[in-house]
Design a protein around this ligand. Sequence first.
Ligand code: GTP
Ligand code: ZN
Length: 195
Amino acid sequence: MAIDKEAVKKHIRGILEALGDDPDREGLKETPDRVARMYEEVFEGMNYSNDQIAEMYSKTFEDDLSVKNHKDMVVVKDIDIFSYCEHHLALMYNMKVTVAYQPKEKILGLSKIARICDMVGKRLQLQERIGSDIAEIISKVAGTEDVAVLIEGNHSCMSARGIKKNQTKTITSTLRGRFESDPAMENRFYMLADR
Ligand SMILES: Nc1nc2c(ncn2[C@@H]2O[C@H](COP(=O)(O)OP(=O)(O)OP(=O)(O)O)[C@@H](O)[C@H]2O)c(=O)[nH]1
Ligand SMILES: [Zn+2]
């Protein structure tokens, strides 16, 4: 479903009024439109389902014999993304995503892995769900169950308000297929993710 920019503008104007400010004053008069444009950008991923994101980034390399023979784990580390917590609409920042998969017959373009992480971040999210969404999409595109995602990040709802823990990071891991069932594979993933 596409973001309704006009409705966002109207409601941001209402929020400015509810905060007791004057939405028509010089500094605020363009704010509803700016926020609507910002939301279009930062919530782009809300326009698409996981299946649609998989379809968008479905280009893989599989004809090359050297690719077909590549059966070793691929790890793409420290993909920096932003996201937004669905509880407070607050920013998740300093997010680093590490994605691993065990290729079967397909190899993904590395930039596509980062594009998938970016797009999944551009939704109202929970950190745990960012991991499971990325794992689901990578699994579809790569045609393998064997996917792992490790995420660390700061939540501004925990640093700039409420409990105010600035140094506190959250680490979540999502293990699928053999990353979950095979302790050696799980350990190898954590070892490579930690380098
Ligand atoms: N599991 C999980 N929790 C999150 C995430 N982002 C924010 N939260 C938490 O969601 C919870 C919402 O709790 P509530 O008690 O409903 O909201 P609140 O009264 O504002 O809570 P405080 O933050 O404790 O002041 C808080 O504990 C947040 O820290 C996330 O990505 N994953
Ligand atoms: Zn929050």
